[in-house]
Write a new protein. Structure first.
Length: 285
């Protein structure tokens, strides 16, 4: 029986730009190229979980623009349940990933419809959240909304995985109902989670250096970096599915690391979310 995943978070229209290096103040920099993709941390993790074989429900908001249709069509193509994605007057969320020649990415986000996500969206999807094996929440929508979703999941015995990226105001409200936090080194430092509170497992992602769980380090898998956008989302989703399937935390981290390695080799966020066969092949290398 497939793992059931509820994903509460953002849905974005991505405009990715590849540049030689970050621009200096007052500098006009020539880009190598520009491309448009579907993204948003919530939607990326939903797609990644679906491609890992999970049954996925997406909870969030899109705008009433043409980007909304593109975003929803992409998620529907991966079989994601979209009954709890609400159309809100105005633009769909936008992200602008900036990828440099050295394989680094910086992302600018404009909330759009994601800014309208509130606790009521969690309440409206309470049945789906409670029925899930795992709930994924991130930092691109209100922490007050995510905290409500996490509370519903916690009360129902659903595993809650919190990916505080970016770290939202009021993040401690989400932590109160969280079982597992997956954060990069900067986020973990900002949250002051080392050592983590009692009852919470902390997984720290380290990019090309793999991931850390307490004293244990999982090495990164070899990869040819094209675009690191979405690699963290691939990690979170693959890790969460593996964990919900009953794997121990460290074993699930190995699956996440493999998924991240697959993701960096493909341009764009959602196009790079790997399917289960590719992740398993990378895990076994």
């Amino acid at each position: 029986m497939a793992v059931r995943v509820a994903c509460f978070g953002s849905l974005n229209h991505d405009i990715t730009v590849w540049v030689p290096r970050p621009p200096a103040p007052d500098e006009t920099l020539r880009a190598h190229r520009l491309a448009e993709f579907v993204g948003g941390k919530g939607a990326n993790q939903a797609v990644a979980a679906a491609r890992m074989g999970a049954e996925v429900t997406m909870i969030g908001r899109v705008g009433t623009d043409t980007a909304a249709t593109t975003v929803l069509d992409a998620l529907a193509a991966d079989g994601i349940d979209l009954r709890h994605v609400v159309a809100t007057d105005g633009p769909t969320g936008t992200a602008i990933p900036i990828v440099t020649d050295d394989g680094q990415v910086s992302i600018i986000i404009v909330a759009g419809a994601n800014g309208a996500v509130g606790p009521g969206d969690a309440d409206a999807a309470a049945d789906a959240i409670a029925a899930a094996d795992v709930l994924l929440v991130q930092g691109e929508v209100s922490a007050f909304a995510s905290a409500r979703a996490a509370a519903i999941a916690h009360d129902a015995g659903t595993l809650v995985v919190f990916n505080p990226a970016p770290v939202p105001d009021g993040w401690h409200r989400v932590l109160d109902h969280t079982s597992i936090v997956v954060a990069n080194a900067q986020e973990a430092l900002e949250l002051g989670l080392e050592p983590p509170p009692t009852g919470i497992d902390l997984v720290v992602t380290l990019g090309a250096n793999g991931a850390q769980v307490g004293p244990d380090r999982v090495s990164a898998r070899p990869a040819d970096v094209v675009d690191p956008t979405g690699a963290g989302d691939a990690f979170v989703a693959a890790f969460a599915v593996a964990r919900a399937e009953g794997r121990r935390t460290l074993d699930a981290v190995r699956v996440g690391v493999a998924a991240g390695a697959c993701a960096v080799e493909v341009a764009g966020a959602q196009p790079s979310m790997p399917h289960r066969a590719a992740v398993e092949a990378r895990t076994s290398r």
